[in-house]
Ligand binder design. Structure first.
Ligand SMILES: Cc1cc2nc3c(=O)[nH]c(=O)nc-3n(C[C@H](O)[C@H](O)[C@H](O)COP(=O)(O)OP(=O)(O)OC[C@H]3O[C@@H](n4cnc5c(N)ncnc54)[C@H](O)[C@@H]3O)c2cc1C
Length: 426
């Protein structure tokens, strides 16, 4: 059996941050960062828009403002972002406040999907030069906490400290692992909503503020806005019983790429379940599968003009003269979102969109597309035994998969916080 001081599962921002901190404070330590993917580094591959203002990306269950801001300073120092200019925020905020909506003023940087790949290249090379082993295509399978061993699909290794950062894609793996190890966790909240795609001319606020975060009543918010060279994507999720559904998401290339004049963003509603529903993930999976049933195995898309008339979109809704742009996500079925989206989500989101149309008139143009479903799984909330995300002696659970972050900077901060705990206990 190979022996390591530190084993890190997941090469996303949470795992990388832990690796950087540990390798800089303990230069001689033996460390492996493994990832089940053949190409790494998790969510840094996605658009790479980074938010440097609390509470974006920092779930308040685990982060006080003071603590998050302390870590954000370290994240900022390491990643050295170039913060984008925001213009006219005061006037948008004033308009929003009049109708009960809050616009958060967030420091942001944007690398784009291509810029993110360059960043990953630099970070991975730096870790290798510090002697950290990067093992791609190696999946963690199980942990024996009593023997401090990690079982992967390739070998068994022993560790002094184990950091598990499997991201949202590893949500189910982590849930099962926690159940096997007897780690108590809650999983009672979900975020479900639509991805909106429209012409930049119909949502011109993005020229002033790249990713405007609006908070509406009934726990609805805008999230992850992409523009200039933006497109909608679908991500595959496999359910616990082996079925597949797709959730939509958004990407943008860096400003080096030609602009396509389109913008996309999510409008999500959060719901927290109480008794007797035990699992937010199970609920989310049912919604995802139901959408696949209606969409023939694909997400649904509907033009706002059709939605307002109470009719489904059809193929010709996407070619007619009113509808002056084509959807960027082609592998999607024209249909009726109201057929599959629970009323509680749809009503709150539609009300929020009407408010948004008052603040930024035009966003509800008939050609605007609503894609469904966009589902965010960050519901795992483990019970930790210390303030550094230690769930069992020597085992730390961090990043989006463990519910300790909701974005790149929060994930990076969670990696630093776990590393601090490991160093304290060394
Ligand atoms: C399309 C898309 C766009 C996004 N855009 C943004 C954005 O612009 N800004 C932002 O802040 N956030 C964005 N996010 C969210 C962001 O990617 C995450 O918040 C962040 O990456 C979480 O970091 P993490 O380290 O916890 O997990 P991840 O980055 O997801 O990394 C987890 C890694 O663990 C690996 N893994 C999983 N299970 C195992 C296992 N059993 N064994 C070994 N390896 C395993 C996975 O392959 C993955 O590489 C986006 C996400 C998506 C999907």
């Amino acid at each position: 059996m190979e022996q390591y001081d530190y084993a890190i599962v997941g090469s996303g921002p949470a795992g990388l941050a832990a690796a950087f901190e540990l390798s800089s404070k303990r230069p001689g330590a033996r460390m492996v960062v493994m990832d089940k993917a053949i190409v790494s580094s998790g969510g840094l591959r996605n658009d790479c828009k980074m938010n440097f203002t609390f509470p974006i990306g920092f779930p308040v269950d685990f982060w006080s403002r003071e603590n998050a801001e302390r870590y954000l300073e370290r994240v900022t120092e390491f990643l050295a972002p170039s913060i984008m200019e925001r213009k006219n925020v005061g006037s948008y905020r004033g308009r929003a406040a009049k109708i009960g909506v809050e616009l958060l003023d967030i420091k942001q940087s944007h690398l784009g999907t291509d810029g993110g790949l360059k960043l990953i290249g630099r970070l991975v090379e730096e870790l290798k030069s510090r002697g950290v082993e990067i093992s791609l295509g190696e999946a963690a399978v199980d942990v024996d906490s009593a023997k401090s061993t990690l079982v992967t699909d390739k070998r068994e290794i022993s560790y002094k400290a184990l950091v598990i950062a499997p991201g949202r894609g590893g949500f189910d793996f982590l849930r099962k692992l926690m159940a096997r190890l007897g780690i108590i966790f809650a999983d009672n909240s979900i975020d479900v909503g639509l991805r909106i795609e429209t012409r930049e001319a119909h949502y011109p606020i993005v020229q002033d503020y790249y990713d405007p975060k609006f908070l509406f009543p009934e726990r609805v918010r805008t999230f992850c806005t992409n523009s200039r060279s933006a497109h909608v994507v679908k991500e595959r999720y496999d359910t616990a019983d082996g079925r597949t559904y797709y959730s939509v998401n958004g990407h943008a290339w860096s400003s080096d790429r030609p602009a396509n004049g389109l913008v996309n963003f999510a409008v999500l509603r959060s719901v927290e379940f109480t008794e007797p529903l035990a699992s937010g993930q199970d609920f989310a999976e049912m919604l995802g599968l139901q959408a696949m049933l209606a969409g023939g195995g694909k997400p649904l898309m509907q033009r706002v003009g059709d939605f307002r008339l109470g009719k489904r979109s059809k193929l010709d809704s996407f070619t007619g003269d009113l509808n002056d742009f084509e959807p960027t996500l082609k592998d999607c079925t024209p249909g009726d979102v109201s057929l599959v989206m629970p009323a509680k989500f749809l009503r709150s989101i539609w009300k929020a969109l009407k408010r948004l149309d008052t603040i930024v008139p035009g966003v509800l143009h008939p050609s605007t597309i609503m894609y469904y479903p966009e589902i965010k799984l960050y519901a795992n909330k483990p019970r930790f035994i210390d303030d550094h995300f230690q769930a069992l002696p020597g085992i730390y659970l961090i990043g989006d998969g463990a519910g300790t972050s909701r974005g790149i900077t929060g994930a990076w901060a969670s990696g630093l916080r776990a590393a601090d705990g490991i160093l304290e206990n060394d």
